[in-house]
Ligand binder design. Sequence first.
Ligand SMILES: [Zn+2]
Length: 432
Amino acid sequence: MERTPLESWIMQKIGMGESQKALERYQLDKLKETISYARKNSVFYKQHLMNIKEDRIDSFDSFQDIPFTFPHHIGQNPFDFVCVPQREIKRIITITSSGTTGEEKRIFFTEADLELTVDFFKYGFKPMLSKQDRVLVLFPGNSYGSVGDVIKKSLDISDVVNFVQGVMVNPDATAKFIIENKINAIVGIPMQVLYFSRIHSEIFKNNIEKVLLSADYVPEVLISELSNIYGCRVFTHYGSSEMGYGGGVECGALNGYHLREADIFFEIIDPDTGKPVEDGQYGEIVFTTLIRQAMPLIRYRTGDIASFSSAPCECGTFLRTMTRALGRADNRVKLGGEQFLYLRELDETILKYKDVLDYKASITDQNLLKIEIATENKAILKDVEESMQTLLYKKLGYKMDFAVIANPDSKPEKIINSMIKRKISDFRGTGI
Ligand SMILES: [Zn+2]
């Protein structure tokens, strides 16, 4: 197996010897530079890091004294984060919060910031794609600096034939396009790819050899279905707008991400205490940008859950491996007592039935857990109900009422609303 190409890329970028020690020295220097740059140029960090002396940061331990940056800080006043003149901003991503605050987060990038991601994707795609491949990218790519545009640039540099189509709105048209253009690889959103593979399974069987999934929690049942039934090699990627789209991607071992460690410093912390967790333990992913110009972020709390693998990757790199992210820590609802039901648990329980095309989960104002299933085969509802029963009993130790019903909508939400992150809706109001 080939070692992740990210290793030589990172070492070339940092220009020091090839070792974890050299990388750590580089990261520590860049962390200090970032703090000093952000304090000098951003209104927010001038205030937020008022009491921090960067010359006292001489180890990763002392870096842990730096206060966290939370998403709501950006929501309150995104412009306070900007470190460059307006004319140097080449891309602004607006993220509408799904929470109750209604704040919009804005993330700003200069040309150089976008180039960093193009470069990362170029190397990140290497274990998956070569010049023989023809790739369909199901992410929006019309505007400059959009995720599809950045992916396209990275594939063009590597001479990989690619078509950026935007999120899928018409699966039949997508199927036709795949056949006509001899597509053998797809880059897309997990639930869209799942939906497509279930209504056009022949296409997957006959045409698609490789898939890269990103932008949302990737259900393990989807990975095993695509690999075992259709023989696809399934790569997953982890990233967010705040990271500049890209964060980490799997190597040929397909067992967790290697990270763009020359651009971003990652930590995994206990969300309650804020202290780092041991390798192998799950916690919240926190990151600090190391060379971003427009909007550096320092110890940014992503809300996503993962762990650093305690075993080295099979590919033989010395770089760290992050296990596949488990989705957002707050993507859950309280069931009773201290028990929570997580979206990923529903995914693994419900999506294992191949006749399920999509589903929606909510807790009604009457405190009833409601699962709406998009399916052509109503007989499946009974099976889903039984699996849900088992899941809930295992969590609670008693039987809980819930409803599994067929969703009358002909088109699943993922086709209409694909870029919105999925969540369990809770209509009970506050205080429960
Ligand atoms: Zn590896």
